[in-house]
Structure formats: structure tokens, C-alpha cells
Design a protein around this ligand. Structure first.
Ligand SMILES: NC(=O)c1ccc[n+]([C@@H]2O[C@H](COP(=O)([O-])OP(=O)(O)OC[C@H]3O[C@@H](n4cnc5c(N)ncnc54)[C@H](OP(=O)(O)O)[C@@H]3O)[C@@H](O)[C@H]2O)c1
Length: 259
């Protein structure tokens, strides 16, 4: 499990609380921090700079480039800007935030590979790609160097189980699940079914939702929180195994059909 940061550094919580929340997550094993050059126009990356200062090696930093910046010189400039805001000389993973037109895949992959060869990124991946876009990506030279696909996936949003998750498993590729708690303002966590399972484990509904999301071992969930208390609840998912009967109960409450 990692930590998201879409709304971090933008006044939703006091900045000091958000920094402490992310540091707490790092110390509890949620070492991957997911951000993007466009989150809060760079303010998310600037706050993360303060979190990882002095402990860069203890964090796995993921940032993203927008599709509009993915061709020509723009990608290298976007990456430089992210590195400067994060105060680091490399990203552990750089993601294409959303698909470009398929005709641009070769140029995008070539740009990402140039950044990798220059040591500015250790690996690259994509986000919001469909199976058909993944197939097209893998037909491009070096397209199969893609390390992950980051997609919307949670108990209430399971559609990627139909095709994308099996595709990634077949290709030995981990999936990153964004909005694993349902997203900002979602009602998922107040569901009584989740609440009952959480009570049986003496943990929070969030921990159950996250344990469900990462249950296959091939999915990395990146919950976002600017609250130390919530981060501590979320980290419980790392050591929570749901029983087959509990998984069945959740499956019945949130069936794949229709989602
Ligand atoms: N690639 C993409 O296109 C894309 C799209 C969306 C998101 N993302 C990434 O995925 C990350 C997570 O997704 P998300 O922010 O949409 O949604 P999320 O992680 O599902 O939900 C975040 C919300 O849950 C609350 N929360 C966290 N832990 C909680 C707990 N234990 N109990 C109760 N509430 C809790 C947070 O509030 P508090 O701060 O108060 O805890 C926040 O309001 C983003 O930050 C971003 O890094 C990527």
C-alpha cells in the first residue's frame, strides 16, 4: 500500500498535519507516495518535498506527466519541474496520467525511455489505460517496459475486474488502485456491511475496504489522507486478512455485475 496526495498541500487540512500524516504512513510501511505535477498546480509535490527531505531512500516517489505534455520537449521539462518541486534528482516511477492518442504511443514511450536512460526516472507506467490501449502500447517497441497501470478501483467500483486486472495479472504487471476508499466525499466507508466486518476485526471500515482492494497481492492501493489518525487506521490493512466468508459477504453486497 502507498499514499495518495491529490488534495494535499491545498488547505484541506493544515499543512503541518498533512506532512505528519504522510510521514506517519512512511514509518508504518506505506512507503510509496503518489503525486502529480498537476496536483494543486505543483503544491502537492512541494509539500512532499518537505516530507521526504532527509529520508529520500525511505520513500518510493511516483509522479505523473499530463497527456498534453507527453510529446516533444514538454515531457522532459515537466519531469524537471516535478524533480525541482520534490527536491530530488530522480523519480522512482513516472506515469502518463491519461492516455494520449494511440498514434503518439511510440513518441511517448521514446520520451519516457530517454528519461529512464538519463537516470531521472527509474521506471515508467501509465494511468487510466483500457485493455485495448494496453494491447496497443505493448505492440510499440519497448512498450512492454511499462511497469504498471494506475486505475480507479474500489469495492464500489469493480469494473476493471472484468478485463484490466486479469490482463495485468497475465502480463505480470501490478495494478495501482486509485480512490481505493471510494474517493473524496464517498459514502463507501459508512456502509453497515463494511462496519460489521470492521467491528469483528476491531479495526476501521477503511482498513477493511483497503484489505479488500489489495487482497489479490497484485494491487497496490494508494489511499489519500491528511490525518494522522486516518493513516494509522489505513495502515492496519497491511496486516489484515479477510476470511473467505467475509469476502463472500462483501461480494454479495457489492456484486461485480452492474458496476
Ligand atoms: N491517476 C489518476 O487519474 C488518479 C485519479 C484520482 C486519484 N488518484 C490518486 O489516488 C489517490 C487516492 O484517491 P482519492 O484521493 O481519489 O480517494 P481515496 O483515497 O479513496 O479517498 C480519500 C478520502 O478518504 C478520506 N480518508 C482517508 N482515510 C480515511 C479513513 N481511515 N477514514 C475515513 N476517511 C478517510 C480522506 O480524508 P482525510 O484526509 O480527512 O483522511 C479523503 O477525503 C489520490 O490522492 C491520487 O494520488 C489518481
Amino acid at each position: 500500500m502507498g499514499q495518495g496526495s491529490w488534495h494535499i498541500g491545498q488547505g484541506r487540512h493544515p499543512a503541518a498535519d498533512e506532512e505528519e500524516a504522510l510521514r506517519t504512513g512512511l514509518s508504518l510501511g506505506m512507503t510509496l507516495i503518489d503525486t502529480s505535477g498537476n496536483y494543486g498546480e505543483g503544491r502537492s509535490e512541494e509539500l512532499i518535498k518537505r516530507v521526504i527531505a532527509g529520508q529520500r531512500d525511505g520513500a518510493f516517489v511516483v509522479s505523473k506527466v499530463e497527456a498534453d505534455d507527453a510529446t516533444g520537449d514538454a515531457m522532459a521539462r515537466a519531469c524537471e519541474a516535478s524533480l525541482a518541486r520534490l527536491g530530488t534528482d530522480h523519480l522512482d516511477l513516472y506515469l502518463l496520467h491519461e492516455p494520449t492518442p494511440n498514434a503518439e504511443f511510440s513518441e511517448v514511450v521514446a520520451g519516457l525511455e530517454r528519461l529512464r536512460a538519463a537516470g531521472q526516472i527509474r521506471a515508467w507506467g501509465v494511468s487510466n489505460f483500457t485493455v485495448s490501449q494496453m494491447d496497443d502500447l505493448f505492440r510499440i517497441p519497448q512498450g512492454d517496459r511499462c511497469a504498471t497501470n494506475q486505475v480507479f478501483y474500489n469495492l464500489g467500483g469493480r469494473s476493471s475486474e472484468r478485463d484490466l486486472l486479469p490482463w495485468c495479472e497475465r502480463h505480470g504487471m501490478p495494478v495501482m488502485a486509485y480512490s481505493p476508499l471510494g474517493g473524496l466525499g464517498a459514502s463507501l466507508l459508512s456502509d453497515p456491511v463494511l462496519g460489521r466486518i470492521a467491528a469483528a476485526h476491531a479495526c476501521s471500515a477503511a482498513a477493511v475496504a483497503l484489505a479488500w482492494t489489495i487482497r489479490s497481492g497484485n494491487v497496490i492501493a494508494i489511499p489519500e489522507s491528511g490525518s494522522v489518525a486516518h493513516v494509522k487506521e489505513n495502515a492496519v490493512a497491511l496486516s489484515l486478512t479477510l476470511a473467505p466468508q467475509e469476502l463472500q459477504t462483501l461480494d454479495a453486497a457489492y456484486p461485480l455485475s452492474g458496476r
